[in-house]
Every structure is written in C-alpha cells, then in structure tokens.
Design a protein around this ligand. Structure first.
Ligand code: ZN
Length: 351
C-alpha cells in the first residue's frame, strides 16, 4: 500500500467513526414551519380550499442540536380523541432541542374540522373518516386533502411515525396497540413490533389484514409502513375527557419511545408480560336506535355474554348483543346514540 493510499484509508476510517454530534443537521421544513438545528418552531400546514373549505393543521418541529432520527407524532386524526392532543401540548413544552438528538415533528391536531366541530369518527365537512382515506388526494374533499398533506409533509419526511389514537368521544377504551405486519419488509415489521413495546403497550392486537397497496393504503400508519417506515397506532384514552392518567400515559409512551430511539438519554424497561390478541372482533350495530351497554372497558367476558342491548327510538323493543367468543372488552360505546353499522364494542382474545 502506498503512503497516499494509507492516508486516504485512515481519513476514511476517521470520517466514518466521527461522532454524530459533529454533524449539525440542516434546517427541516414542515408546512410553513422551518426549524434549524437547536430550534423549536410552531406553525401550520395549510390545507387550501378545494371542493370544500380550507383548514390548517397545527404543527411543531423540534430540531435537535445533534443528528438523529426524525420521529413524527400525530394526534387528533379523530378529532374527539382528546388525550393524545393534550399530551402533545405537554411534549412540546417538555422537549429541549439543545438536549435532543434528531427531530420530533408534532402534529397537534391532524383533523381540525372534527376537533372544533366536536365530531366522532367523521369530519363534519365531508362526512369521511380521516383514517380511511389515506394516502389522500390533492383534489379531494377536505379529509382527503388533509391525508394528502400529512403524507407529503409529515410521513414522507419522517423515519418513524406514531399515530396516537384513543377511544373516541363515545368510546370507553382500555389501552392497547395494533401490530400490523404487512409481510413485505421484515425489518419494518420487526421495528414496528419493538416500537409498540418501547411505547409501553402490553396488550397488542395483531392484524395481518391491512392493505398492501400504497395507492389505497387507507390508514395513516399503513401509509408509512408501505413507504418502508416503521409506524405504530396506539390507543390510550376514552370518552373525550381530559383524563389525567391517560394524558400521562401518552406523554410517557412518547418519551419511552424517544429514549429507545436514543433521541434523549435513559433506559426503557420493556413490558414484562405481553398479551398478543390474534383474535378480535368489532361488533357492529344491526339497527339504528338507542344503545344500553352492559359491560365496562377491560372487562373479561365469556362467549355469549350480554354486552348490551338496543331499543328503537321510542324505547321499545330489545335487541341483545352478545359476545361471539370469550375475551376482553377493549372498548365499548358508552353513550346512547347508535346508528346501524357503527361499532358497539371490540373484543379481543389471544386465540
Ligand atoms: Zn381513532
């Protein structure tokens, strides 16, 4: 080896072994927000008017002083799932860009029409469920334009994504998460699983039926997975209340995940006992009327157990709804209004 070659080789080794802190991250732009290294900046992703009205999605970009992954945290995909929304306001305050490796993109309220309109499941503008219209379209209705904007501005710019859900305004829910391996990329499937455990979830629904076509990815998280990015959907909270333990659970999960990704220092103890729910069912209402639940969230039920009953709008008649297998009540609708085809409850079991 010539002396020049030796020097070049040594230089190459020195460069590759350089500590991450030597690199200063370039500025990152999300919507109207540009954050340079060491900055925390808030603003909006503008969703222009189209066939219906415009909206704007509040976002914060926390650009760490040191290099690291970009983690996107999305709250309020369903606008009345409030605990993750409050949690991200706290995460925004708590994050110190000077002490952060990498970048955190906080989507504070993904679905402002639903949040401010106080609607469950559906946008008050176009009647669509934001978590069923991904990857969205630039020329669609407002939910589709929001999905398009979040795909472009958030998912495509992130390395890891969390879509933070809760029981909706009508749903009494116990915490759980979804593992949705697509089978196409073992690395992504495995990292998704690890992220769920790092977040602290010990009750996990295994769903292998998610779409595998990016053009009709349907869900926020599924869009990210199909783009090769590990992503998880978490469920922590219920009934649209500012339930403090559930707000804290969301904040804790986010910081656990940031520690696991080595964006902030500290260890992450993984859950000791994890239950994987391979069998699950969302029971749907056979009629429109009034719902009387007979179970609570986290209740264990036997096969055939009464989950609740429906009456008509006059209070007459009675249709019993029963569990089709033994399992745990992951959520139950806890308020009376019920439309045909809508969820009544979700039951899960290991097998
Ligand atoms: Zn949701």
């Amino acid at each position: 080896m010539t002396r020049t070659a030796t020097i070049v080789l040594l230089l190459a080794i020195a460069t590759s072994a350089a500590p991450a802190r030597a690199q200063t991250p370039a500025p990152l732009t999300v919507g109207s927000v540009t954050a340079s290294a060491g900055e925390k900046v808030s603003g909006y992703i503008e969703v222009p008017a189209g066939v219906d009205s415009a909206t704007r999605i509040p976002v914060t970009v926390v650009r760490g002083a040191r290099a690291g992954p970009t983690l996107a945290l999305i709250a309020g995909t369903h606008g009345y799932e409030t605990q993750p929304i409050i949690a991200l306001q706290r995460v925004r305050r708590a994050l110190d860009p000077a002490a952060l490796a990498g970048t955190v993109v906080l989507v504070h309220i993904a679905n402002p029409p639903s949040y401010f309109g106080r609607t469950i499941y559906y946008s008050p503008v176009d009647g669509k469920n934001l978590n069923r219209v991904y990857p969205g379209r630039a020329d669609g209705t407002v939910s589709e334009r929001i999905a398009f904007a979040i795909t472009r501005e958030v998912i495509e710019k992130a390395d890891y994504i969390v879509d933070l859900h809760a029981g909706d305004g009508n749903e009494s829910l116990r915490p759980y998460a979804y593992w949705t391996p697509l089978g196409g990329d073992a690395r992504v499937d495995s990292l998704q699983r690890e992220m769920i455990l790092a977040f602290g979830h010990d009750l996990i629904v295994v769903d292998t039926t998610r779409p595998k076509d990016l053009a009709s990815s349907v869900y926020t998280t599924n869009t990210a997975l199909l783009l090769g990015k590990p992503a998880i959907t978490t469920e922590n909270g219920y009934l649209g209340e500012s339930a403090e333990p559930m707000i804290r659970r969301n904040v804790d999960g986010v910081f656990r995940l940031m520690r696991w990704l080595r964006m902030v220092p500290g260890a992450v103890p993984m859950p000791r006992r994890v239950t994987w729910l391979h069998r699950f069912e969302v029971l749907r209402s056979p009629e429109t009327g009034t719902w009387h639940p007979a179970v609570e969230r986290a209740q264990m039920v036997r096969e055939g157990a009464l989950l609740g009953y429906l009456t008509d709008v006059f209070g007459d008649g009675r249709t019993d709804i029963r569990a089709s297998f033994a399992g745990e009540v992951l959520y139950v609708v806890a308020t009376p209004p019920m439309s045909r085809g809508e969820p009544l409850a979700m039951i899960g079991a290991p097998r």
